[in-house]
Design a protein around this ligand. Structure first.
Ligand code: PGA
Length: 249
């Protein structure tokens, strides 16, 4: 059976004390969620959040990594550094990184490889802009993102990936994809994977939905046959909302 996952992407929010309080609140309130919960704080707070999560089932992820192993890349953070902090997941290719930091599918392909080399699970983000959906090219856009960034992997490597479908127009806007739109795209992504890697692998890949997913709509979205959980931005910054989302299966 596919793993259910709820990951919180805190983005560039919280200070150290707020990060610790948020993590502590989530650890204290977590029920027996069927999902793997993952907290992705900003880089400087990863160690503190890892410490809080250490004795719980909650995992820690990062929001980005550099594609190089180490070296003269001032200001950057390597996967090896993240491993040494107890990180098990890295969000790769979030639309904000694609938009504001010009990350390309080719560069993301390299990030995915270096994560897998270090036994880190990439949470690979894909999703179309509103104009692309309006022009009816959203399926092609998402297919290309997945093909260019992931299909260089062999089957064994690919089976370790988590995919997050995040329509860009739904991120931080309060406009959520309708259940029909989400299911249609998730099913399409699974079909694309199946055509390349076979049905068994496609059936086992967790595909998360992200984009204004909150405590009110998570249940409906997570009940969809091809939606295996969520990548949560704004609503992951409130303990009660995040816990309620994680219990929405
Ligand atoms: P949002 O962000 O839940 O605030 O829309 C989701 C994301 O960017 O991962």
């Amino acid at each position: 059976m596919r793993k259910k996952i709820v990951a919180g992407n805190w983005k560039m929010n919280t200070d150290l004390n707020q990060a610790i309080d948020l993590a502590k609140g989530i650890v204290a309130a977590q029920s027996n969620s069927v999902a793997q919960l993952i907290l992705c704080p900003p880089f400087p707070f990863i160690q503190a959040v890892s410490e809080v999560c250490k004795s719980s089932l909650i995992a820690v992820g990062a929001q980005n990594c550099n594609k190089n192993k180490n070296g003269a890349f001032t200001g950057e953070v390597s996967v090896q550094m993240l491993v040494s902090l107890g990180v098990n997941y890295v969000i790769v290719g979030h639309s904000e990184r694609r938009t504001y930091f010009n990350e390309t599918n080719q560069e993301l392909a390299e990030k995915v490889v270096i994560c897998l080399e270090q036994n880190i699970t990439p949470i690979f983000c894909c999703g179309e802009q509103l104009s692309e959906r309006n022009n009816n090219i959203h399926f092609n856009v998402v297919q290309t993102q997945i093909q260019e960034a992931l299909f260089q992997l062999n089957a064994e490597e690919f089976s370790k990936i988590i995919i997050a479908y995040e329509p860009v127009w739904a991120i931080g806007t309060g406009v959520t994809a309708t259940p029909a739109q989400a299911q249609e795209m998730h099913q399409f992504i699974r079909k694309v994977i199946s055509e390349n890697y076979g049905k068994a692998i496609a059936d086992n890949i967790s595909i998360l939905y992200g984009g204004s997913c909150n405590a009110s709509n998570a249940k409906e979205l997570f009940a969809l046959p091809d939606v295996d959980g969520g990548l949560i931005g704004g609503a992951s910054l409130k303990v009660t909302d995040f816990i309620s989302i994680s219990a929405s299966f």
